[in-house]
Design a protein around this ligand. Sequence first.
Ligand code: ADP
Length: 356
Amino acid sequence: MTPQIEFSGVNKYYGAYHALKNVELSIKKGSFTALVGPSGCGKSTLLRSLAGLESISSGTLKIAGDVMNKVPPRKRDVAMVFQSYALYPHMTVEENLTYSLRIRGTPKAEARKAAEEVAATTGLSHLLGRYPRELSGGQRQRVAMSRAIIRHPKAFLFDEPLSNLDAALRVHMRKEIRALHDRLGATSVYVTHDQIEAMTMADHVVVMRAGVIEQQGRPLDLYDRPVNKFVAGFIGSPAMNFLPAVGSEDGRSLVVDVGAPQTVPISTNVEPGRKVIAGIRPEHISVVAADSGLMRVAVSVVESTGSMSYITTATRPELAIVETGRTDVSAGDLIGLSFAPQSVHVFDAGTEERIG
Ligand code: ADP
C-alpha cells in the first residue's frame, strides 16, 4: 500500500545550519506517529516541512503518493493543530469551525451542518455560540481539533498541542485525541518533547537528535531494544542507569565500575578488556539481601509516593531503582541488587551503539 506520507533522503538547511539530515520516514495511512526528541532536534522543522510551512533543501516528500516538494501549504490537504490553538477571538466556535469552508464558498447551511456534525463528535454541540474567551483550555483545544477535522484532511499534524494545559488535563486530552484519531480513521503526526506522551499515544515513535532520526518503531520495541545509548536514555522513565564496564578476562562477566569495580556474573558477548556501557532500567532492578544478588551497594536516598518507592544508591555513578508499593529499605542500608541478565543493555563505550 502506498504510504500516506513519505520522506526520502530529505535534508533541510537554514543557511549553513543542517537541521534535517537525510530523513527517511514512511507513515502508513491510519497510523499515529509521534516525533520525539529534545528541544532543537528538528521535530518541528520536520512537521513544518510536511505542512509546507518550510521548504526542504533536497530529497522528496510525498503525500498519498504525490510529490509535494513545491506544492503550497493550502494545496497539501493536511491540517495543523497548534499549541497556541490560533482561534479567531472575534468569531464564535461555529464561525471558527466553518471559516475554512466559508472561504472556499461552501453554502452557509452546508457549513452549519458540517459544524454540527463535527461538534457532536468532539463534544462541543452546546458551545457553538460561544467565543474562545468563554471556553476552558481543554474546550479551546477541542475547537482547534474540530476546525481541522471539518476539512477531512489527508493527515492531522499536531505541534505540541498539549503543552499549555495543566498535568491532569494533559493526561485526559492525550486519551481524547487518540480516541478521536481512532474514531475518524485519521492519519496523525504528533510532535512532542515528552516521551511518555509519545509512548502512550503513538503506534509509531520516531526519536530524533540533532536533525537525525536515531530510531523509529513501535513504542515497546524502542523500550526493549534501543539501538544506542541516546535512545536508551531518552525512552523510559525514570531514565535507564548507565554504568561504565569492561568485559572480564574469562569473557563471561562484566566488571562494572560504581566507584569501586564489581564483577557482575552475567553472560555477555563482550570481549575481554573491551570498554562498554552497561544500561539497566530502574524498574528491572530488585532489592535483595546484601549478601545475595549480583551487586552490593549502599543506599543514599529513599523516596516513597505510596504507590512507588524510588531508591538512589550511594555509588558513582548513582543508580536509580524503582519498586512498586512500599519498601523496607532506608538511607544508609547496605543492599544487594538482583536483575535478569537479559535486562542488561550493552553499548560500546566509544560509539555508544548497542552491542548484540
Ligand atoms: P524542535 O522542534 O525539535 O525543538 P526545531 O525543528 O524547531 O526543533 O529546530 C531545529 C533546529 O533548527 C534548531 O537548532 C533551531 O534553532 C534551528 N531553526 C529552526 N528554525 C530556524 C530558522 N527559521 N532559521 C534558522 N534556524 C532555525
